[in-house]
Each structure stands twice: as structure tokens, then as C-alpha cells.
Design a protein around this ligand. Structure first.
Ligand SMILES: Cc1ncc(COP(=O)(O)O)c(C=O)c1O
Length: 470
């Protein structure tokens, strides 16, 4: 018989030093919800394991059966200040009691300009800037595509293999991460060309990282512009400064610097997608800052408002030259979402960026020898709290160990730590930016244990579907 939903807000009262599971997973309440979900919700969602969340505080998540998890996925790198940070909650509550919606498309309100001015202060390129508000990462990319075409009067966009920019039709046309994301949705937006993205771990043997990164960017001018895409028809190059969904791959500085040169030579706009890598995740406000490159536009979403839906396209002011009616969004820049964003920025500035850097260094120091010491681990890479671990079946051929990666993620869930995969066979570490070193140590101990278990063949892969139905 199903038990009642968990009502005791355990995590309000204490910070567990370890995950604390009180039922087998999924628990009885979770199973009931999973059955409803299987009947009612779009089957297109990719759920790696049956976590049914009830409430969150900081890095802790409690499920509907009272099980306590450590959250090292942060709602796909969204809960930058942790779950329900008291300052974010208070800011949202105060704003919700004042004004919830009016629509910046048709009316004015002070929050629009307050957040724009704040983002302008931390932008990775010199001002003046302008801001367009929307509701998601995909929409920020849609706006970027439209504005790039509008401003340059050119039709084409260059993006990269492995890139993920969202799933709406325009954004999907740039996305080139997994074929399933594009399957049966053609024809996509015309005029999009994809170029190789430098993957240092898989670079050809004998090549130097910097030369390889530079040469990968040169391919655009030396090959693509000569054979496929006349540069004067290219409106923009859209790049993730740190590929997320594609496998947690930092773009090397030499690559980004060469992209900037190419853009400057041909009057092309450089658009950086910081939807996942931005808002302090890499220890600086923006991942592109590590390269010293100043982009022309930046797409922002995910961590900007600690979980409220908000997307932002921030550009050099002269570029945003479209006229009234060209583009807008009913909900974009919602006052409650902006209040959450203002509180988020204050918290990240005060403690999040430094903490992301320090705890990220701690994690990298603890895991640097994993490729030598642990089975299946081919590579550990990243900056701040954006760290990828790539699993390979063979350390010489570097064959992706996709099934083993999925199995490790599932085993960690069974032990109370939430991770997410990315790329062919990588796992992403993207906890809230307020995570402590002690919490990171607990999560890493559990991850290491799971890697050993899966590699030894001693752990049986769970069959959630059967459990959900039972
Ligand atoms: C780099 C990047 N761009 C764009 C998107 C799309 O954002 P959303 O899911 O909010 O539309 C994502 C989502 O994962 C992303 O990681």
C-alpha cells in the first residue's frame, strides 16, 4: 500500500553530512507518481533515474519518500545558489506581493532596467550594452539568431559539432550534440553550417594542445569559407565557451582567440552561449573570460535566477538595432524572475564565484590521478564547478564507455548522490556554487566507490521500469 507523501521538512532543520536513504529506490510514493507520469507526461523527456523531488535546501534534495540526496546536478546547472536560498526566496516573495506580471513587451517597469544595468557591469565585453529578455536558453539563442540576421543582413550561422543550444527550431538547427535531438524534425533552419570543436582529450596523437586548438579554428577560414560558406554571407559564429551537453569540454583559449580574429576579419558577430557555463560556474562570471576574448553577444539563462525561468540576450548596444515589433516575449523579464536574478547575482558576487573556484580546485586536485588510478576513467577536465569525467572502455583506443557511464550514474543515485551524464560517455559535476569542500569529498567518495563497483562487475544495473510498475 502506498504511504502518505512525506510532510516532515527534514532538510529545513539540519544539514546532513551524508545522503540519508530510508526506503529502497524508488520508494512507494515515488512509484505512484512515476506510474502517473508514465501515463500523462511527454515521453520525450530523458530521465536517467527515478528521482521524485519534494523539496530542496542548499545542495540537499528530499524526495517524496523522505530520502535525502546530495544534488550534484543542480537541476541541470540551474540552482546556482542552491535550492531555495533564503535570500532568493525572500526577494521572490516580496516581488510577488507587489507585481507579478505586466509584460515588458508593452509596458515599462523598473526591474527591467535594474537587472540590465547589473548585467552590464559584469558583461564580458566593453559597454554600452543592451538587453533582450526571454524565458529560457533556447529563446535567448533564438533571439541571438534573429538579431544576428537582422543586424548584419546576412543569412548564415556557423556553429559547432557537439554544441547544444536548445530544442526550439532555430536553436535546434545550431544544436549538433546527439542525432536523436534532431531526428525526424527536418527540415531545420537553412543556412547553418557546423565546424569541428576542439576536443583536447581526443586530439590526434602527436599534436600539441595549443596548435591543435588553433588549427581547429583555422579550418573555418581555410576550408569552410573557401568551399561551403562565403564569409560575407555569415552573420555569426555561435559557440559555447565551455561545451556542456556535448561532454563538458572547455574551449581552449587559442581556439576562441582565433574565432575572434576570424570574426573581425569578415565582419561576423561572435555569439557566446553561456547558458550553462555562465553565472560564475567556472569561477568567473563567464567561461569566455578565461580566454580574454570579448564576444559581441552573450546568451544567458539557467543559473541566472536560481531556478526561475529567465533568459537574457546581452549585446554590444550598437548591434541591437532592431525596431519595435521585430522581436519580443510576453513573459520575458518577468518581475519575480528578475527579483530572483538580482538576489542571485548578489549571492554569487559575495560568495559563489570564489567558492566555485576554490571547491572546483579542490575537486580537480582530488581527481587529477583518477585516469591513472581508477578503471574506466579516461579524462577529468574542467574549471570551477563545471567538471567533466569521461569514461572509456579502453584507455588506449578511448572507446566511449556509454553503458558503464549510465550505470555509474544510476549506482550513485542508489547511494544518494545525483549526477547527470553528458556527451557520449561523460559525467558532469555541476553542483550549486555554494557547495562545501566537505560535501564535495562525500560525493567524490561515493562516485569513486560506484566507479569501482561498476568496473568490477559486482553491481547489477537497476531496472527502474519494473520497480516503478510494481
Ligand atoms: C549551452 C546551452 N544552451 C542552450 C540551452 C537551452 O536552454 P533551455 O533548456 O533553457 O531552453 C542549454 C540547455 O541545456 C544549454 O546547455
Amino acid at each position: 500500500m502506498a504511504t502518505q507523501p512525506s510532510k516532515s521538512p527534514k532538510i529545513l532543520n539540519f544539514s546532513p553530512v551524508r545522503p540519508a536513504l530510508r526506503t529502497a529506490l524508488p520508494g512507494p510514493n515515488a512509484r505512484r507518481i512515476l506510474a502517473d507520469d508514465a501515463r500523462l507526461i511527454s515521453p520525450s523527456y530523458t530521465r536517467p533515474y527515478p528521482l521524485v523531488a519534494q523539496r530542496g535546501r542548499g545542495i540537499f534534495l528530499e524526495d517524496v519518500d523522505g530520502n535525502l540526496f546530495f544534488d550534484f546536478a543542480a537541476g541541470i546547472a540551474v540552482c546556482s545558489t542552491g535550492h531555495c536560498h533564503p535570500e532568493v526566496v525572500a526577494a521572490m516573495q516580496a516581488q510577488a506581493a507587489e507585481l507579478i506580471h505586466i509584460s515588458g513587451t508593452d509596458f515599462y517597469y523598473p526591474q527591467l532596467t535594474e537587472l540590465a544595468a547589473r548585467l552590464s557591469q559584469i558583461a564580458p565585453m566593453p559597454g554600452p550594452h543592451r538587453v533582450h529578455y526571454c524565458n529560457s536558453g533556447s529563446e535567448a539563442i533564438e533571439a541571438a539568431i534573429k538579431l544576428a540576421r537582422y543586424h548584419t543582413k546576412r543569412p548564415s550561422i556557423l556553429a559547432f559539432y557537439g554544441g547544444f543550444h536548445g530544442r526550439t527550431m532555430g536553436a535546434l538547427s545550431l544544436t549538433c550534440s546527439k542525432a536523436q535531438q534532431r531526428r525526424r524534425f527536418a527540415p531545420l533552419m537553412p543556412g547553418v553550417v557546423h565546424a569541428p570543436f576542439p576536443n583536447l582529450y581526443h586530439r590526434p596523437a602527436g599534436t600539441e594542445p595549443e596548435q591543435y586548438a588553433h588549427d581547429t579554428a583555422r579550418f573555418i577560414e581555410d576550408q569552410i569559407f573557401r568551399t561551403e560558406l562565403p564569409p560575407e554571407e555569415c552573420a555569426a559564429i555561435v559557440v559555447e565557451a565551455f561545451q556542456g551537453e556535448g561532454g563538458y569540454l572547455p574551449a581552449p583559449s587559442a581556439f576562441l582567440q582565433e574565432l575572434r580574429h576570424i570574426c573581425d576579419r569578415h565582419g561576423i558577430l561572435l555569439i557566446v552561449d553561456e547558458v550553462q557555463s555562465g553565472m560564475g560556474r567556472t569561477g568567473k562570471w563567464w567561461a569566455i573570460e578565461h580566454s580574454g576574448v570579448a564576444p559581441d553577444m552573450i546568451a544567458i539563462a539557467k543559473g541566472v535566477a536560481s531556478g526561475l525561468p529567465l533568459g537574457v540576450l546581452l549585446t554590444r548596444a550598437y548591434i541591437m538595432d532592431w525596431v519595435p515589433g521585430s522581436h519580443a516575449s510576453t513573459f520575458g523579464g518577468n518581475p519575480v524572475a528578475i527579483a530572483a536574478a538580482m538576489a542571485t547575482i548578489a549571492i554569487l558576487e559575495r560568495e559563489g564565484l570564489t567558492n566555485a573556484h576554490e571547491v572546483g580546485e579542490h575537486i580537480l586536485a582530488r581527481t587529477y590521478d583518477w585516469p591513472q588510478r581508477l578503471p574506466l576513467v579516461g579524462d577529468v577536465r574542467g574549471r570551477g564547478l563545471m567538471i567533466g569525467i569521461e569514461f572509456v572502455a579502453d584507455k588506449h583506443t578511448k572507446t566511449p564507455a556509454t553503458e558503464q557511464r549510465d550505470h555509474i550514474v544510476e549506482a550513485a543515485f542508489e547511494k544518494g548522490v545525483l549526477f547527470l551524464g553528458c556527451g557520449a560517455s561523460s559525467l558532469r559535476l555541476c553542483p550549486p556554487l555554494i557547495v562545501t569542500k566537505a560535501q564535495a569529498d562525500v560525493a567524490l567518495d561515493i562516485l569513486e566507490e560506484c566507479i569501482q563497483l561498476v568496473a568490477s562487475g559486482k553491481h547489477k544495473r537497476p531496472n527502474w521500469k519494473d520497480k516503478a510498475a510494481s
